[in-house]
Design a protein around this ligand. Structure first.
Ligand SMILES: NC(=O)c1ccc[n+]([C@@H]2O[C@H](COP(=O)([O-])OP(=O)(O)OC[C@H]3O[C@@H](n4cnc5c(N)ncnc54)[C@H](O)[C@@H]3O)[C@@H](O)[C@H]2O)c1
Length: 424
């Protein structure tokens, strides 16, 4: 075995890393969530991202919640969540707590790599002091540090860890070399060295900020075009015939990355006295899209003379994006809440979502199957176009939408006009 590598936080990002590194190294997969560790020991990834037999075959991983196990590691890779608080400010509690655990167990010559998404400066300003204090060791003399952002794309089979270019940075040249060699052993794509940790942190945060803003722009366009009675998709298709027009689709922006990371950047900008206007404005538009969808469904129902309060409504898809089971910060929740607040009941169908993950409030409106042929719907909202929905859509549609009243295809995933659907 080459190195002892401790992965701190074995979630969506940590687990695939642990599975890859264990092929040639001894891996300690450490997580403070005891239930998660117990499940992983049984080969169970409740996120359904990694297959049971693949986890069970990984003989060089130790899944653990015991800090004793991470002692004497050559590398620590931190992959804990970096969410925002209710006030949209970074919640660094998991990162700080993981860093003090690592600090207390650091040995001389260890390398600590952060993969969690943060704002530029966070690793050196927040994490490094904790590592030094907890370990009584000195950076670049006794131990090394670096940042290598994660880019995995949940639900996207064509972009997997090993074929995504990986940015690496380090606290000095030696650290960069060590981190470069480490990732080169598992990444088939390019491992790209950058000159500072801040550059790597900033690169990650702007990737998602750019995506957020691009979607915000088309969302705003779709609002304008709807008022003008112009089909947004037709406009986007037409504009896309120009060589430098980049095509994005309107839709809901949820999850723990694209809808969250821009707030890390804007927080840092505010800290240094600059109030970002464009980024926050885009966030504001995207955060209000669930309400806009709700209002659009109401408007359309009224036009079609559908009494929405007496209608059977089905929302298809509950995860934050297509082809994944992750419901964290799903904007479909906001959409469901708009209906509930207005005393309109809805049914939700998402075969990818584990019912255990649903909040108590939403459990009673979850339909585990739609095979019940007696259940027909007047309004169907295709919120998340999972492949399993799209591949078999005609069948489902004919089965459950007998009256064929209103179909709202939020992301324009269905062939145009086939079901006389409405879209954003
Ligand atoms: N999921 C993605 O697609 C993705 C993509 C790119 C970047 N990221 C970033 O990677 C980071 C991790 O995201 P994730 O989706 O894997 O999160 P996750 O919630 O799936 O997993 C994080 C794990 O860390 C554990 N944890 C929390 N605090 C801990 C602590 N103090 N010590 C040990 N374990 C602890 C949690 O129990 C959890 O199992 C975040 O910063 C995220 O923004 C995620």
């Amino acid at each position: 075995m080459k190195n002892k590598i401790s992965i701190i936080g074995v979630g969506y990002v940590g687990l695939p890393l642990a599975l890859k590194f264990q092929k040639k190294n001894k891996v300690i997969a450490f997580d403070t969530n005891l239930q998660r560790i117990e499940e992983l020991k049984k080969g169970l990834d409740v996120f359904n991202d990694q297959k049971k037999n693949y986890i069970e075959a990984a003989k060089n991983i130790k899944f653990t919640s015991s800090v004793e196990d991470i002692k004497n590691s050559d590398f620590f890779i931190v992959t804990v969540p970096t969410p925002v608080n209710l006030n949209k400010k970074p919640n660094l509690k998991p990162l700080i707590s993981a860093t003090s655990i690592v600090g207390k167990n650091l040995k001389k010559k260890s390398v600590v790599v952060y993969e969690s998404t943060v704002y530029p400066g966070c690793t050196e300003e927040v994490c490094l002091p904790i590592l030094q204090k907890a370990s009584s060791l000195k950076i670049n003399k006794d131990f090394y540090c670096g940042y290598s952002p994660e880019r995995v794309n949940v639900g996207d089979d064509s972009h997997k860890l090993e074929n995504i270019n990986k940015i690496v940075s380090g606290s000095n040249k030696f650290a960069i070399k060590k981190i470069y060699d480490l990732y080169s052993s598992i990444i088939k794509a390019k491992v790209y060295k950058v000159e500072s940790i801040k550059v790597a942190e900033a690169a990650k945060v702007i990737e998602n900020t750019q995506r957020d803003l691009n979607i915000a722009l088309v969302n705003e366009l779709s609002i304008i075009f709807s008022k003008l009675n112009i089909d947004t998709n037709e406009v986007l298709n037409a504009a896309s015939t120009k060589w430098n027009f980049v095509k994005y689709k309107p839709g809901l922006v949820g999850g723990h990355c694209v809808g969250v990371d821009p707030f890390y950047l804007t927080y840092k900008a505010e800290q240094i006295g600059y109030h970002p206007k464009v980024i926050l404005s885009g966030r504001n538009i995207n955060d209000k899209m669930s309400y806009y969808v709700f209002k659009s469904v109401l408007k359309k129902s009224k036009k079609l003379k559908i009494n929405i309060k007496k209608s059977n409504i089905l929302i298809m898809g509950y995860s934050f994006k297509e082809n994944c089971s992750d419901i964290r910060n799903s904007k479909v929740t906001d959409l469901v809440n708009c209906f509930i607040k207005n005393k309109i009941s809805v049914n939700i169908y998402d075969p990818l979502v584990n019912i255990k993950h649903l909040s108590k409030k939403h459990q009673n409106i979850y339909l585990p199957t739609i095979n019940n042929k007696k259940k027909f719907f007047d309004i169907l909202i295709l919120a998340v176009p999972h492949k399993v929905f799209i591949n078999n859509f005609s069948k489902t549609y004919n089965l459950i939408m007998k009256k064929k009243k209103l179909l709202f295809d939020i992301k324009s995933a269905l062939p145009k006009n086939k079901y006389f659907q409405d879209t954003l």
